[in-house]
Design a protein around this ligand. Structure first.
Ligand SMILES: *[C@@H]1O[C@H](CO)[C@@H](O)[C@H](O)[C@H]1NC(C)=O
Ligand SMILES: *[C@@H]1O[C@H](CO)[C@@H](O)[C@H](O)[C@H]1NC(C)=O
Length: 331
């Protein structure tokens, strides 16, 4: 999957840029060579294509495209709970996306936010709660269907994995930060349940999380998550800061980050998929990645019209908050 054209273009642009910046051909050559050797030495080759496709094209359903329930399907059931996993399976999802977090005593659990306030009847950061304290909370307390799903607990990562295996669901493990902790917790899980190599993927916005994961266990299928303009804008498109200079600076970083994702980081990490915010995906975009052996998965695809577009035109998998009806996106 070596993209000779890609590499040539990439290293030539680096060379040119450095030369323009430093006006030294020797300096530019040395730097470019250094970068080349660095890439060759430190990048992880992707997992074999057949393994990636077992994870990313698991079985025929919805016209062949995988449908993944976001946080277990946060509209249809309380997010990141065992009930959500069961509900997603019942409604025909091929997989679930789950968020990894840790209690103060180091137990890997499912929780999206830093605090438990939005989803449970407790309050405060997950990272300050003992597992026994977290376990006493009602994980359905703030859900619109809380009466239907009473007495749901915050599950451990392992409980969630066992539930997914029982229902033959693909798992998208979403990791926000804490690369070392996450990689070692997940690695332990892959050793305990080797079937996960064929049925799960680890994803993150943070390249360092993915890099660490592959360093810890290169057999794990991985994905980078990407939303263009993430540093300068919120999910709904409004700017994060009102100062013009701050806005300009974060937009410049966004351009750099976008470039890095498409030309450098994907290869360094050896990802098998890229999870991209739905509004930035076109047929050409899917094609760009297909040529590099990388699958595109869209998020969060929540309306029937969009689902039809993903299934029948783009023909790629998507992550959705509901398997049942149109709903507002959760970010
Ligand atoms: C949350 O709800 C559970 C289950 O109803 C209850 O046992 C627990 O005491 C509640 N916790 C708080 C902090 O209200
Ligand atoms: C993954 O699936 C392939 C094909 O079915 C099988 O040969 C391999 O042993 C599986 N790997 C694991 C770790 O279960």
């Amino acid at each position: 999957m070596l993209q000779i054209g890609d590499e040539l273009m990439y290293f030539s642009s680096v060379f040119l840029l450095v030369m323009l910046g430093t006006r030294s051909a020797t300096g530019a050559s040395v730097f470019t060579l250094f970068l080349y050797v660095f890439m060759m030495m430190f990048r992880f080759p992707p997992v074999p294509a057949d393994q990636a496709s077992r994870v990313l094209r698991p079985r025929d359903s919805f016209g062949g495209v995988p449908v993944v329930a976001h946080r277990g399907g946060s509209h249809d059931a309380p997010e990141n709970t065992l009930a959500a996993i069961r509900e997603a399976s019942r409604n025909g999802a091929t997989g679930v996306e789950l968020d990894l977090s840790f209690t103060v005593d180091g137990v890997p659990v499912l929780m999206h936010d830093e605090t438990v306030d939005r989803t449970t009847n407790g309050s405060g950061p997950v990272s300050k709660l003992q597992f026994v304290q977290l376990r006493r909370l009602d994980a359905a307390a703030r859900h619109r269907l809380k009466d239907k799903f009473s007495a749901e607990k915050v599950p451990t990562l392992q409980e969630a994995v066992e539930e997914c295996i029982r229902h033959q669901l693909t798992i998208f493990f979403d990791v926000k930060d804490q690369p070392d902790k996450a990689a070692s917790a997940l690695h332990a899980l892959y050793k305990k349940f080797p079937g996960l190599y064929n049925s799960s993927i680890v994803s993150s916005f943070e390249p360092k999380v993915i890099y660490k994961m592959r360093q810890t266990d290169p057999k794990v299928v991985t994905a980078l998550t990407h939303r263009p303009w993430r540093l300068s804008r919120y999910e709904d498109g409004t700017p994060r800061t009102l100062s013009a200079l701050g806005q300009l600076w974060s937009a410049a970083l966004d351009v750099l980050l976008d470039w890095a994702h498409h030309h450098l980081l994907w290869k360094l990490c050896g990802i098998s998929a890229i999870l991209v915010q739905k509004d930035f995906i076109s047929l050409d975009y899917v094609q760009y990645w297909a040529e590099r052996g990388v699958e595109v998965v869209g998020w969060t695809v929540n309306t029937a019209v969009e689902k039809d577009y993903y299934q029948n035109l783009l023909k790629i998998g998507y992550i959705t908050d509901s398997l049942l009806e149109d709903c507002d996106p959760r970010y």
